[in-house]
Design a protein around this ligand. Structure first.
Ligand code: WTA
Length: 660
């Protein structure tokens, strides 16, 4: 039975426990329905109300939603604010400067506390230093940093002066970094000498040097380097600057730059089904609003809570639920530099115990790998730690299979913590479909119901609603404040990717398949319907990996598909035709390793194919089209039941089917 089938047959229901509902921001289904009704009866009024409640405006907005240039929507456009002011100053002004903003735990276990006042000082200093270097409102700054307080400081410092940041995950290659620097038109790059992961120092600055040397990014005038390890780095005089040196003599006062609600807060690159990664452009007010509001609704965050989101700031989850959401509501959060398996696979549970975490948010892949580890070694099992402070658990990034859900519920949540399975995307800015911890009866594997104000639906290929119980395409019917505003530099792509004509041009196309339960209307996500893979919760375009493979001089042709994987959700399988004869045995193994490393260098280690198979050709129709459905079956090791009569070269199936 596939994971989706098992979710659809799932009969277990976990109603909210009384203690989860008591005092919750949304305390039951009645309260949820009232908010849904409010949004339905007065859509703009609903959003205006929460935008006034959640955010501090320098200049109040008078207009809410402008649809005149649809699908290029604007929200609260004539309002002015600053995201950093909302995340820092307003808490300090309210007398909470001594509250902990961040409990940082380094890879080696060293813990540092950073108060709101400290954070504001550090952000202001760096903001002043950036200004001194000529970085100004509207400029783009690329951030290529490890998980660190400095990462959050860098993001906040950019938005404080109205610069738009674009964070690139520290696991991306120099080529990926170069492409992003060029596409976004960066004027500065903030990086580190090295990063520490699992006891090992890994290079960052040298990768950044390669990225800059690759050309096209001559606009980058300053490279600011955070000294993390003190490891040796090459230095370009006149360009490279140590972070600690440039902030040393800066004032800790920096007046925030007030920007329009629509001013781009950040651009974050993500994979699509075609072409290069897209620069997803987010607005200041809308994205900040929803990050803050969902902290309250989805996580029921209250004073005294200790929040921990294990994502990296290089992904959207680390933007909305580390750099912005928790700070916007004045929360205390744990930020972790390391990996879940170092020095042992009980690190997460040990840290929850040590920091008395109350709300824990992680990815299904992490859970699945820790299940395996704790089955092998009782010492790293969650039951070996005191997790009694936990009250809410969350997951994000990929579907969670019911077995992993149950394990998380029983072993980490002690059967007492609601699990919020949050469905959302880089493009949506914040949670879209998710249970509410004090209200929603939970069904393992289902993300349940849309948040109030989010008009999610399942439609067919023509944009018509499909009845519950029938699978279809997941869409959002009305614009919402935290939605992406554009694809950076490519409005046409924004329009065709997200508001396709086939669906009428008005529905937001998420790119996922979904089905709603016949009785409850609960949503279950069935995975991507485009050529995007989800490996360990990371989005990868099959075309990107194919292009990387084909750029290797040995490769004539390549096709990449996904295959279900017990730990990573999906795994990358590549079918490759070499320019030389099809390799076999040891030679095949050796070339496969070479190609895997090649992809690692071209894109980043996360994109390395798990399985590479060589053929003399690829299965093609007589018109030359690669039959991907067949490749997917071959990747899974399924018997071929599809009609292969249009196949030009049926013998190829035997070659490619043989798993290596
Ligand atoms: C998938 C991550 C099932 C989905 C926040 C989506 C999920 C893509 C879930 C976005 C979930 C995310 N259940 N699938 N709870 N959350 N996805 O942009 O395919 O990195 O389209 O954003 O992850 O990935 P992205």
């Amino acid at each position: 039975m596939s994971a989706i089938e098992s979710v659809l047959q799932e009969k277990r229901v976990f109603p909210p426990q009384a203690k989860a509902s008591a005092g919750a921001a949304i305390s039951g289904m009645e309260a949820y329905k009232a908010l849904v009704a409010e949004a339905e009866s007065d859509y703009e009024g609903f959003w205006a109300r929460i935008a006034r409640e959640m955010l501090s405006w320098h200049k109040p907005f008078s207009k809410v939603l402008d649809e005149s240039k649809a699908p290029f929507y604007t929200w609260f456009e004539d309002g002015e604010l600053n995201a950093s002011y909302n995340c820092l100053d307003r808490h300090v002004e309210a007398g909470r400067g001594n509250d902990n903003a961040i409990i940082f735990e380094a890879d080696d276990g060293t813990v540092t506390n950073v108060t709101y006042q400290d954070l504001l000082d550090r952000v202001s200093r760096l903001a002043n230093a950036l200004k001194k270097r000529g970085v100004k409102k509207g400029d783009r700054v690329v951030i290529y940093l490890p998980m660190s307080v400095e990462g959050v400081v860098a993001m906040q410092a950019c938005v404080r002066i109205g610069a738009t940041h674009s964070v690139v995950f520290g696991g991306f290659s120099s080529k990926s970094l170069n492409e992003r620097l060029v596409d976004v038109g960066a004027v500065a790059l903030i990086t580190a000498d090295e990063q520490m992961r699992g006891g090992k120092a890994l290079p960052l600055k040298s990768i950044a040097d390669d990225a800059l040397a690759a050309g096209g990014c001559e606009k980058v005038k300053d490279v600011i380097v955070y000294q993390r390890t003190g490891g040796k780095v090459a230095w370009t005089e006149g360009r490279d600057l140590w972070l600690h040196e440039i902030v040393e003599n800066e004032s800790n006062q920096c007046e925030p730059e007030w920007v329009s609600a629509e001013h781009p807060l950040f651009i974050l690159y993500t994979s699509g089904s075609t072409g290069k990664p897209k620069g997803v452009q987010h607005s200041t007010a809308g994205t900040l609003l929803w990050a803050a509001q969902t902290m309250k609704w989805t996580f029921d965050m209250k004073p005294g809570d200790i929040f921990w989101c294990t994502a990296d700031i290089g992904w959207i989850t680390g933007h909305s639920y580390i750099a912005y959401g928790p700070l916007a509501i004045g929360a205390t959060q744990v930020v972790f530099e390391g990996v879940p398996t170092f020095p042992h696979a009980g690190r997460f549970w040990e840290m929850i115990d040590r920091h008395k975490v109350t709300i824990f948010y992680t990815a299904p892949t992490a859970i699945r790998s820790l299940i395996k580890a704790s089955e092998a070694d009782a010492k790293v099992h969650p039951k070996s730690f005191d997790l009694s402070t936990l009250r809410i658990l969350g997951t994000v990034g990929e579907p969670i299979n019911p077995e992993a859900w149950m394990w998380y519920h029983e072993n980490v949540g002690r059967g007492q913590c609601p699990i919020v399975d949050t469905w959302w995307q880089t493009e949506t800015g914040g949670h879209m479909i998710t249970p509410l911890p004090g209200a929603t009866p939970l069904v393992p594997g289902s993300c349940t119901l849309p948040l109030p104000g989010i008009m999610a639906a399942v439609v067919d290929e023509t944009g018509q609603d499909v009845p519950n119980g029938q699978g279809g395409i997941l869409v959002v019917k009305r614009p919402w404040p935290s939605m992406l505003r554009n694809v950076w530099g490519d409005p046409k792509r924004y329009q065709t990717s997200y508001f396709p004509e086939e669906l009428g041009g008005k529905l937001y196309l998420a790119g996922d398949g979904a089905v709603r339960d016949k009785e409850t209307g609960y949503f279950t996500i069935m995975g991507r319907i485009d050529d995007v893979l989800n490996v360990s919760g990371h989005r990868l375009g099959t075309m990107e990996i194919e292009s990387a493979l084909v750029s290797n001089p040995m490769v004539a042709e390549a096709a990449v598909v996904g295959r279900p994987d017990d730990t990573t959700g999906e795994a990358v399988v590549a079918f490759v035709v070499l320019k030389r004869a099809r390799p076999e045995g040891d030679e095949a193994k050796q070339i496969a390793t070479e190609l895997r490393n090649w992809v690692g260098k071209e894109i980043g280690p996360i994109a390395k194919p798990k399985d590479i198979r060589f053929g003399e050709n690829l299965p093609k129709t007589r018109s030359g089209k690669i039959m991907r459905r067949l490749l997917r079956s071959l990747a899974k090791g399924e018997e071929i039941t599809q009609d292969v009569s249009t196949l030009e070269n049926p013998a190829i199936l035997d070659q490619l089917g043989e798993a290596r």
